[in-house]
Design a protein around this ligand. Structure first.
Ligand SMILES: [Zn+2]
Length: 73
């Protein structure tokens, strides 16, 4: 896995179920573009047991797509 993908996976696990961030907020947290984050998310869904679901973001409170760890779903 690329370092960027590993970094995002770590961030999702560290944020945990109490801090589920939408793509926009996660991208801001990781200081990257949302477009790039979505590309990485596709890799993580295959390689790191993460998945994309619709949730309310813990930060901006908007309902949207979030990247979460499979086990907290
Ligand atoms: Zn958000």
């Amino acid at each position: 896995m690329k370092p960027i993908a590993q970094r995002i996976a770590n961030a999702v696990y560290q944020n945990g179920p109490a801090r589920i961030l939408c793509f926009a907020c996660l991208a801001a947290q990781q200081r990257m573009k949302e477009h790039d984050l979505r590309a990485v998310a596709l890799v993580l869904m295959v390689r790191a047991d993460l998945r994309v679901v619709r949730r309310v973001c813990s930060s901006c409170r908007r309902a949207g797509e979030v990247l979460i760890a499979q086990k907290v779903a």
